[in-house]
Design a protein around this ligand. Sequence first.
Ligand code: ADP
Ligand code: MG
Length: 779
Amino acid sequence: MATVAEMRERLRRPLAAELASGCADRVVSGGVEKLLASPLASPFPVVREALRGYAGLDAVRREQALKTALASLGGQEKEKAAPRPPLRQAVPTADPGERLPVDAEITRLDTGPGGARKLQALGLHALRDVLHAYPHRHEDRRALPDLSTVEEGQKVTVEGRVVSKARRTPRPNLLVFDVTLETPSGGRVRASWFNQPWVERHLKDGARLVLTGRVKKFGRSVQLGVEHLETVEDAQGSLSTGRIVGVYDSKDGISQEFLRRAAHRALQAAPFDDYLPAHWRQKYGLTDLADALWGIHFPTDEGHLERATNRLRFDEYLFLELRVLLQGEDAVLLGKRFQATGEDIARFETALPFSFTNAQRRVLLEITDDMRSERQMARLVQGDVGSGKTAVAACALYLAVRDGYQGALMAPTEILARQHYTNLIGYLSKLDVRVGLLIGAMTPKVKLEMQTRIAEGDVDVVVGTQALIQENVRFDNLGLAVVDEEHRFGVMQRRRLLAGRPDVLVMSATPIPRSLALTAYGDLELSIIDELPPGRTPVETKLIQDTHRQQAYGFVMRQIREGRQAFVVTALIEENENLEALAATQLADDLKVILPEARINLLHGKMSAAEKEYVMDRFRAGEFDVLVSTTVIEVGVDVPNATVMVIENAERFGLSQLHQLRGRVGRGSAQSYCVLIAGEHSKKTRQRLKIIEGSTDGFVIAEADLKLRGPGEIRGTRQSGIPDLRLGDLSSDVEIIERARELAKHILAHDPRLEHPRLQYLRSELQNRSQSVAFREVI
Ligand code: ADP
Ligand code: MG
């Protein structure tokens, strides 16, 4: 017979673990209330009273109840020191009780062998980074009680008992396991695995499994193409099934399971010092930090996820606003003062094969005003793909060079850098401007040569990627830096490039409404090119069902026969470059069958920069007809002869991504086409895709998208393009932005330097959130 002290300890531990894991009622098998009903709890009436009806309480009340219960058990102070029991089988248990400071190096967190290195490879270095590396989407893997309502193509999770199994090899090299599963409600599901010999050991008669996969329906029977399997025992403590599961950004060799475990460890170790004092949380209807962070990684239900997202999204805007307001104080910084004479502008225009549109002209005036003033220019040029931003930037660079300065243009990828380079040579070389290229793929010798030329002022304009801002690049006299915004340059990187305090011009094709742009880009001034060059025939867009795929490719073939070229883009299947590359490879093989006459080549993220370049060069030169690719081509390659963009599985893309992709064609004078091939999708998705079909105006698309989206929708592809925003979506968050701004103003009005001890966590969080949107802070 256990002593009361022992019983107290045995009761205290699971309750403490429950508290530490966010009060989700998932720690204690059967739930907290079951524990209370056990003999273990009978000597502790206060505990039983405090936790009565636990399952029905919300997280905040659960937390209070647990604290009351724990206090009565007398373990409160010891709670941190005492080792908590292993929460789940899957979770490492070393030092479970240790709380780390939020800035602790990730190496201090036990994430298993090689864990720290994997996290670092993803750019996660401190505990804070892991906590705030939110899933980019969530999957509902709660087991469905009933499969009668599932739809074809839907991803579902089912639990059941194996009642029969079979193994077959319909073709050499194809091994299939089929299993019939009986669900607890008596339904039957067939599940299949293809070429996964290692699952066989789990498929015993009577075994109880939890499976996640996609539904295929044959009449009334349901078949599941299995993507994730766990046994019921494992699933009980699993982070990857039986719940709403987060899906994280990852890369090769880093599994979702690992990332979930790491997030879980991080949450267990997190101090949760809430930087928003309780009365503000209350005023703005926000949950506390612990509940929010647990909820974004491991939501107990949709409500929890929504609560979490609301809080964390509010925080993002709050920090953004605080930063903007804090920088406003010394907004006037000295930069370069250029002559930017009218003659030079005229000379540039004369050398152009076209004349500027009115919108380009207006924006150019705004830019030259900035350049002539002694204030440092910090201007954002926003305009749809193909609106002529680069041409305007080229003019500004020319003006800088004419005044004896160097210019730089930074692009997000090497392909794009090379393209900008080609374009700038087109614009500038006949004006005697020496343009250079500096990218990582160059040999050390060539690189060194270019670096020397840059340092000695032997080159006027340099185009490059991050290579431009690396350690050993010194400019002789940098006057103007143009940044192609799609890339998320970090603070340190900017600091390097901007060390000489040049004027700065940022280009962006992300269509967001003006008021929001002002917030998002802090104190950048905004110029908008709202007009396309004349003579562009809008891209004709057609949405089709994948059952009509053959006809779509028939159309592609006719274009090819007329001497045109086509892009075919495949959607990201999973968050894994390998799989993505595989999908593209399969599609290319497929097309070789469908389009036997066409010359087809492949481009994907697993290829080296040199390989990609080679393929792109050949495509540009017209050496083959169809380029099958993953979204690596999203950020702007120019192939004027390409008149068709086919997007497979269009339903998986966000609207702005589709719009960007479509912008790859229609760059020459010929009529161009975009074919969206949609697989299984909902009515709502169809409405969204219809928007793309109906308009080619990025702003119209962004607004229509906003109207269609209901509140509380589980977030899809990230669309903001703003480095500070992981959850925020500028096209739809007007209201949150306004509330966050109100609070930011309120805070600073009372405490302009955030000195009050109560704001200690807020201050350090503000300093440590990695990115800044404005340049001035770092100069
Ligand atoms: P963005 O950078 O906004 O995508 P670019 O500057 O690359 O746009 O311009 C897209 C294409 O249109 C280029 O081929 C460019 O030469 C051409 N172009 C730019 N401005 C004009 C104009 N005013 N009239 C005709 N063609 C233009
Ligand atoms: Mg461009």
